[in-house]
Design a protein around this ligand. Structure first.
Ligand code: IPE
Ligand code: IPE
Ligand code: MG
Length: 251
């Protein structure tokens, strides 16, 4: 699928969107503070933005959309904010369970489920089961996610396999690590977007981002629009991805 992006008043170009876009959903708190609202109000608007952007990405033919919604470090925030975020996540997961088949959205939750509330664990199990039968855009939602923790988990799994069997440590390949991450079977992100003006990854997809392209914008997540996705894709389409090789001929 291709999409039309207006680069200037006179030129429209057909662009194929990246197969996999990943987004750090950042800036909700500042959006609310600037309006004299509690931070939770920013999270509520951010959740609406997420619905809009996920639908837009599906409609333009993105195959995988990964969103960073709650990090392993976000537990350190005030209890009131943490519970407001989980309340919104609960609401989103319940709605998704009802609509995902109709909307043809497959959901993959990435993160450590052990510390999550029991009812959320139950919702996630139902989402896993439904997702197995759906083919459409894959929405990966990072919840209680940390890139370092994800790699640590994969390394421990492989080390335990070596302990229990004849397997030798030097037989462990890059692919073995990829296959033991939460993102097992999902291609690495082509484009990682971070709104809100911060220029860092904050423990997001540390293994998977090896050759991703980055797009940073000052727009705060609750203000993020489909046109911001268009801008990110237009910029991405002008990049020359070499993967350590040499520049493609004719470019
Ligand atoms: C992102 O927005 C949402 C979560 C981390 C859950 P923030 O809450 O980090 O918003 P800012 O960065 O403080 O503006
Ligand atoms: C990253 O944003 C995590 C999520 C958006 C879920 P943070 O707001 O937690 O990151 P820092 O603290 O600015 O690095
Ligand atoms: Mg933030």
């Amino acid at each position: 699928m291709t999409m039309k992006i207006r680069f200037s008043r006179h030129r429209k170009t057909e662009i194929k969107p990246p197969r996999h876009i990943a987004i750090v959903l950042d800036g909700n708190g500042r959006w609310a503070s600037r309006r004299g609202l509690p931070r939770s109000a920013g999270h509520a608007v951010g959740a609406e933005t997420f619905r809009t952007i996920a639908t837009y990405c599906r409609d333009i033919g993105v195959e995988y959309l990964t969103c960073y919604a709650f990090s392993t470090e976000n537990w350190s925030r005030p209890a009131e904010e943490v519970s407001a975020i989980w309340e919104l996540l609960r609401k989103y997961l319940i709605e998704s369970l009802e609509k995902m088949e109709r909307d043809r959205v497959k959901i993959r939750i990435m993160g450590d489920r052990a510390d999550m509330p029991d009812d959320i664990k139950g919702l996630l199990a139902q989402i896993d089961e439904k997702s197995a039968h759906i083919d459409g855009i894959t929405l990966c939602i990072c919840l209680n996610y940390g890139g370092r923790q994800e790699i640590l988990h994969a390394v421990r799994t492989l080390a335990q396999e070596c302990e229990r069997s004849e397997r030798k440590a030097d037989s462990i390949s890059l692919d073995d690590i990829s296959q033991n991450l939460y993102s097992r079977g999902i291609p690495d992100p082509d484009l990682i977007i971070r709104p809100s003006g911060e220029l860092r990854l904050s423990n997001f997809l540390l293994w998977q981002c090896a050759y991703s392209e980055f797009y940073f914008t000052d727009v705060l997540w609750p203000d993020f629009k489909p046109s911001d996705i268009d801008q990110a894709i237009a910029e991405y389409s002008r990049r020359d991805r070499r993967f350590g090789g040499v520049k493609a001929k004719g470019r």
